[in-house]
Design a protein around this ligand. Structure first.
Ligand code: C2E
Ligand code: MG
Ligand code: MG
Ligand code: MG
Length: 295
């Protein structure tokens, strides 16, 4: 379903399909149903933002949370963003949904989130749309939230095939006080060129490199290089998808600034969010730090 939606958004006009494959009619029908249900999901209050902690690998303190959108559909149950975001993008509904996400993140901050920051995922369509910066500033201003509490996560696809438009938007967002993270780093076609084109605040090392740590000889080398690159460019390096203590200790020892992943906390509703991480994990990280300090 996702493949087809993406194909639609990239290659054909609205409601027109460029290619047909066997079984396509049923898929088109399913996608239409999903699209309609998605269209009513905001009014019906079926969305929720879950929070997943991001920690300082040295102190094990929680620095902030990534806001991850959940669609809890009465008919479908919990639908993964991997399934509905592409549909929302293809139908243009991502714009309204994206604005809901920004407003909800602001409400969460306003209700009290200590001094933690919140990272919001921004879809390429949303980012490239005229007036995005103004809309964002308007929503954040209306909720009286300080933009420095908010980090925007964009993927490399935002920067692809774009003459300076994206760079100008990024510069305006930074000027307005938002931080910018490059998400899923290393999965794109020319990751390195993007780093030289824009001063991101944060690089998020894609989960695939972390999960390959135990499996491939190249993964540790690549991670060390990204950490060094980020440090040299003055960017925070965050590892995504940290699932076990070996990965966490390797990353911390390699100098990766921040960790995010199921080991540190799964995405959960705001009121269930972790305030501190598991004691065993934080002790292991602090011991490593003490050992490195002594060495
Ligand atoms: P992402 O921004 O790279 O988010 C990280 C994804 O990895 C999340 O999946 C998170 O639940 C998952 N994850 C975190 N730690 C671990 C781990 O230790 N192991 C494993 N296996 N997975 C982990 P999720 O929540 O399903 O979101 C998938 C993608 O959907 C996100 O990838 C992001 O691209 C998109 N997305 C989520 N929320 C929004 C949103 O509000 N707006 C937009 N435009 N996209 C969103
Ligand atoms: Mg993200
Ligand atoms: Mg990511
Ligand atoms: Mg991703």
């Amino acid at each position: 379903l996702a493949d087809i939606a993406l194909y639609h958004s990239k290659n054909s006009g609205r409601n027109r399909w460029a290619i047909y494959r066997p079984g396509m009619d049923a898929l088109v029908e399913k996608r239409r149903e999903l699209e309609t249900a998605l269209g009513n999901a905001i009014e019906n209050e079926e969305f929720e933002l879950y929070l997943q902690p991001r920690i300082d690998s040295r102190t094990a303190n929680i620095l902030g949370y990534e806001a991850l959108l959940r669609w809890i559909s009465p008919e479908r149950g919990m639908v993964s963003p991997a399934d509905f975001i592409p549909v929302a993008e293809a139908s243009g509904k991502i714009i309204a949904i994206g604005e809901w996400v920004i407003a909800e993140a602001c409400r969460i901050i306003q209700r009290g989130l200590e001094d933690k920051h919140v990272s919001i995922n921004v879809s390429p369509l949303q980012f490239r749309r005229d007036g995005f910066v103004e809309k964002l500033a308007e929503i954040v201003g209306r909720h009286a939230v300080d933009p420095s509490r908010i980090e925007l996560e964009i993927t490399e696809s935002v920067l692809i095939d774009d003459d300076q438009g994206a760079e100008r938007t990024l510069a305006r967002l930074k000027a307005a006080g938002f931080s910018i993270a490059l998400d899923d780093f290393g999965t794109g076609y020319s990751s390195l060129s993007y780093l030289s084109r824009f001063p991101f605040d944060t690089i998020k090392v894609d989960r695939s490199f972390v999960s390959n740590l135990g499996q491939s000889d190249s993964a540790p080398v690549i991670i060390r290089s990204i950490v060094e690159l980020g440090a040299g460019l003055g960017m925070q390096v965050v590892a995504e998808g940290v699932e076990n203590i070996d990965e966490a200790l390797f990353l911390a020892a390699a100098g990766c600034d921040q960790l995010q992943g199921f080991l540190l906390g799964k995405p959960v509703p705001v009121e269930k969010r972790a305030m501190v991480i598991d004691d065993t994990v934080s002790t292991a990280l602090k011991d490593l730090q003490a050992g490195q300090g002594a060495a």
